[in-house]
Design a protein around this ligand. Structure first.
Ligand SMILES: [Zn+2]
Ligand SMILES: [Zn+2]
Ligand SMILES: [Zn+2]
Ligand SMILES: [Zn+2]
Ligand SMILES: [Zn+2]
Length: 325
């Protein structure tokens, strides 16, 4: 039996209650520098940190600055309920600055509306793929934000602009709503009228320069993310610009450079489409001769040059048999 040191050093085994916060060597408190780390943690890490011990839990829950930018993405998305959302956002003490919910399919309009009502200074709302939200609900909450903003403004400038009826706009600089069901042109028009005007240089149509992420696709007329071509020749020639502007369903684009692709394009090892010039430039799998897009390539083993690699499918051919039984 070795009993050379106090056995309360190990605190983090299970979640059966905090171990009294005394694992920093007898002083009963953590080194102050540990708490500085909290400001750099993302939501999942913060949630883990607060389960470490009582003093961490208090530090995490008591610091409203840690909760001003809330971002929930998979794999947490499916677990986020309305109550969870309200609890997480309430920790900012009404000073929530940005809220990003990716694919949080349980969250409803009423919860999001409550969050916005309790945090009127919010400037970024991104809710892509939150399929339980409705287009009417989103319009309602942006309207509510704009009204609150107008009230605040009127209070400030009461004397000067008493008779002036200004158009109401919210302070949202970013609104991400792609994937919300049944979002139509009418909704888009109302949302645009409530958001800050486009930045200089942005034209009437197009998501570029606008606070909202979606636009009406000139080809299929649906409200989707619509991209302009990145190719210089397409951007400068007015005919070309109109010809290859469209949503991802209508225009095939190179995953690497974002330019329009003629025909079916070239195949990558990560199942994306590439244009010929990007395909030629990228390093390729030594067996199947297909490249990875830059963003999807895993670093090769240290003993091999970066241009010498084997893609997942070639290194494990059985992995591709799943769908061919
Ligand atoms: Zn389209
Ligand atoms: Zn390309
Ligand atoms: Zn183009
Ligand atoms: Zn390969
Ligand atoms: Zn890729």
């Amino acid at each position: 039996m070795m009993e050379s040191s106090p056995s309360h050093l190990s605190g983090g085994g299970g979640d059966s209650g905090p171990p009294s916060g005394e694992f920093s060597g007898g002083a009963g408190e953590h080194h102050g520098a540990l708490f500085l780390v909290l400001g750099y943690l993302q939501l999942p890490e913060l949630l883990c940190a607060q389960r470490a011990c009582r003093s961490f839990r208090d530090a995490v829950a008591g610091d409203s600055l840690l909760w001003r930018d809330v971002r929930v993405e998979p794999p947490l998305s499916g677990k986020l309920t309305d109550d969870g959302l309200l609890e997480v956002t309430s920790r900012s003490g009404g000073r929530l600055r940005s809220l990003t919910l990716v694919d949080c399919w349980r969250v409803t309009d009423s919860a999001l509306r409550r969050v916005v009502d309790e945090n009127p200074d919010i400037v970024k709302i991104n809710v892509p793929g939150c399929t339980r939200l409705t287009a009417d609900g989103v319009v309602g909450l942006v309207t509510s934000l704009a009204e609150q903003q107008q009230k605040k403004k009127n209070k400030k400038e009461k004397r000067e602009n008493k008779d002036k009826e200004e158009e109401k706009r919210s302070l949202l600089v970013q609104l991400g709503v792609y994937g919300i069901p049944h979002l139509g042109k009418d909704h888009l028009n109302v949302l645009r009228s409530l958001l800050p005007p486009p930045v200089d240089g942005a034209t009437g149509g197009g998501a570029e320069g606008h606070a909202i992420d979606v636009d009406v696709c000139p080809r299929c007329d649906a409200v989707r993310i619509v991209l302009d071509c990145t190719r210089e020749r397409c951007r400068t020639a007015s005919v070309g610009r109109a010809a290859c502007r469209g949503c991802g369903f209508c225009i095939v684009r190179c995953e690497e450079c974002g330019g329009c692709v003629e025909g079916a394009g070239e195949e990558s090892a990560c199942s994306h489409t590439l244009c010929l010039s990007c395909w030629l430039r990228l390093p390729k799998c030594s067996l199947c001769n297909r490249p990875f897009c830059s963003g999807h390539r895993r670093p090769p083993p240290a003993n091999l040059p970066s241009s010498n690699f084997t893609c997942d499918q070639c290194s494990d051919p059985l992995s591709s048999l799943d769908f061919t039984l």
